[in-house]
Design a protein around this ligand. Structure first.
Ligand SMILES: [Ca+2]
Length: 94
């Protein structure tokens, strides 16, 4: 694992957020599983218990296939990160 460190207090774009998430994707299938999500959140070093990661999956995984994928589900994940992880994510790049 390398390269892209995220400081939750720094502002990022949705693109940055996706790039950051992609690092934790062990199978590289373009989708984020529960385990991958947990890894990602733990890397932020914020206090975040395992059951909460499951809650995120519940919120963001709208078709309940155990993976977060596609624009709509990523969008929900972005919303969650903004509200509960206090990540500053911009909607668009200027
Ligand atoms: Ca899904």
């Amino acid at each position: 694992m390398c390269c892209f460190q995220v400081n939750p207090n720094r502002e990022m774009t949705v693109e940055d957020f996706k790039a950051w998430l992609r690092q934790f994707e062990m199978d590289n299938d373009g989708r984020v599983s529960h385990e991958e999500l947990k890894e990602a959140i733990q890397s932020l070093r914020v206090w975040f218990p395992g059951w909460k990661a499951r809650q995120v999956m519940k919120v963001a995984d709208t078709n309940h296939n155990g993976q977060i994928e596609g624009v709509e589900e990523i969008e929900k994940l972005v919303n969650y990160a903004q509200q509960h992880l206090h990540m500053k994510i911009h909607r668009s790049r200027w």
